[in-house]
Design a protein around this ligand. Structure first.
Ligand code: SF4
Length: 115
C-alpha cells in the first residue's frame, strides 16, 4: 500500500485529531521509562503538560484517553489525574492502583494502608 494511502487510512477515522498533535516525536515525555523515580516523573510530566497546554488537539486527546482508559500522559492528564476523574486504567500499578475503576465521575482515592 502506498504511504499516502496508508496515512489517509490511519488519519481519516476517530484519530483524525492526532494529525495536529504537538507531542509528535516526543514520546519519551509521555510514557514512563522502566523504574522511573517519583522525582523524575514529576519533571517529565511537567514537561509533557507544557507541550499539551499548547496543543490544538488537547480536548479530543483527553476525551480519547479517558474513553479508552489509556496508559501514559494524554491531554494534559497523568494516569493518576485520569483515575481521579473516574477513568482509571484497567491494570493499574503504584499510585494509580489506589483508585477505584470509576464510572466516568470523579472518585476519591482509596485510603492508604500505612498509618
Ligand atoms: S494534548 Fe498532549 S498528549 Fe494529546 S496530542 Fe496534544 S500534546 Fe499530545
Amino acid at each position: 500500500m502506498a504511504a499516502e494511502m496508508m496515512s489517509s487510512f490511519i488519519f481519516s477515522g476517530p484519530l483524525t485529531w492526532t494529525v495536529e498533535a504537538a507531542c509528535q516525536g516526543q514520546t519519551r515525555l509521555f510514557f514512563a521509562p522502566a523504574g522511573e523515580r517519583p522525582e523524575a516523573r514529576v519533571v517529565r510530566e511537567s514537561q509533557a503538560r507544557a507541550v499539551c497546554k499548547a496543543c490544538p488537539a488537547l480536548q479530543e486527546c483527553r476525551d480519547w484517553a479517558r474513553a479508552h482508559r489509556e496508559y501514559g500522559f494524554w491531554g494534559a492528564e497523568s494516569e493518576e489525574e485520569r483515575a481521579a476523574a473516574g477513568f482509571r486504567v484497567d491494570m493499574p500499578v503504584g499510585r494509580v492502583a489506589r483508585y477505584p475503576r470509576g464510572n466516568g465521575e470523579p472518585v476519591a482515592p482509596r485510603e492508604s494502608r500505612i498509618a
